[in-house]
Design a binder for this molecule. Structure first.
Ligand code: PGA
Length: 252
């Protein structure tokens, strides 16, 4: 069965003490009964991960990294391997975020390798895809997402792909205040699920959570999360305040 998931991508925000206090506030909200039945994930910066895992231990909060390197180790100054992330008890890793693609030149080939490296270490990838504004305006969003999934995801076996969470994030909606309408989100989520079903099987497609991301806020989440093929959200800006994040967790 598809899990309902709300994941907060903190990006390059929150130092160690700010991050830990945000985790404490989220834990307190969840302990009050908010978000029962929802998988709640936060993705702090690398330098906060070790302490974040300790702070979240025994609570409903799961920890994700925001990126990883595809090689196991070696001369890759400034990079972090999936083995290092796994060794400190992190469960998830975001892969292929549009900011990584845009500012750090991540290619489909490296994204595919990062997914493999994560699965090899038992990490669950949160794999992001989505079209840019010009592609949406040209009506190419289905084509773009299909190409991304072919090049980056569909080399996996059915058993492997079931461990992946997909986040559809239209790039024109990230951090812009523009959001896909609930119908636009549903349309492309259903398309993604159909691609999964055609490639693997309907049963496999039914086990994979597909999250929406892009200016998702407490005031638009209920409608978006209410759509049949939307299993939750990958949240940027609104994940930085406990109150907003908890409201999102309670938006199903
Ligand atoms: P946003 O970011 O919610 O600030 O638009 C979403 C994301 O980048 O995952």
């Amino acid at each position: 069965m598809r899990k309902k998931i709300v994941a907060g991508n903190w990006k390059m925000n929150k130092n160690l003490s700010e991050g830990l206090s945000l985790i404490e506030s989220i834990k307190a909200g969840l302990a009050n009964g908010q978000g029962a039945g929802v998988e709640v994930i936060v993705a702090p910066s690398y330098v906060t991960l070790t302490e974040a895992v300790k702070a979240a231990a025994g609570s409903a909060v799961k920890i994700s990294a925001q990126n990883c390197h595809q090689e196991e180790n070696g001369a890759y100054t400034g990079e972090i391997s999936t083995g290092m992330i796994q060794a400190i008890g992190v469960e998830y890793v975001i892969i292929g975020h549009s900011e990584r693609r845009q500012y750090f030149n991540e290619s489909s080939a490296s994204i595919a390798k990062k997914i493999n490296a994560s699965l090899a270490k038992g990490l669950k990838p949160i794999y992001c895809n989505g079209e840019v504004k010009e592609e949406r305006e040209a009506g190419k969003h289905f084509e773009v997402v299909q190409r991304q999934m072919n090049d980056e995801l569909f080399h996996l076996s059915a058993e492997e792909v079931k461990k992946v969470v997909i986040a559809y994030e239209p790039v024109w909606a990230i951090g812009t205040g523009l959001t896909a309408s609930p119908d636009q989100a549903q349309e492309i989520h259903a398309f993604i699920r159909k691609l999964l079903s055609d490639k693997y099987s309907a049963a496999v497609a039914e086990e994979i959570s597909i999250l929406y991301g892009g200016s998702c806020k407490p005031d638009n989440a209920v409608e978006i999360f209410g759509k049949k093929d939307v299993d939750g959200g990958l949240i940027g800006g609104a994940a930085l305040k406990a109150e907003d994040f908890l409201a999102l967790v309670a938006s199903f």
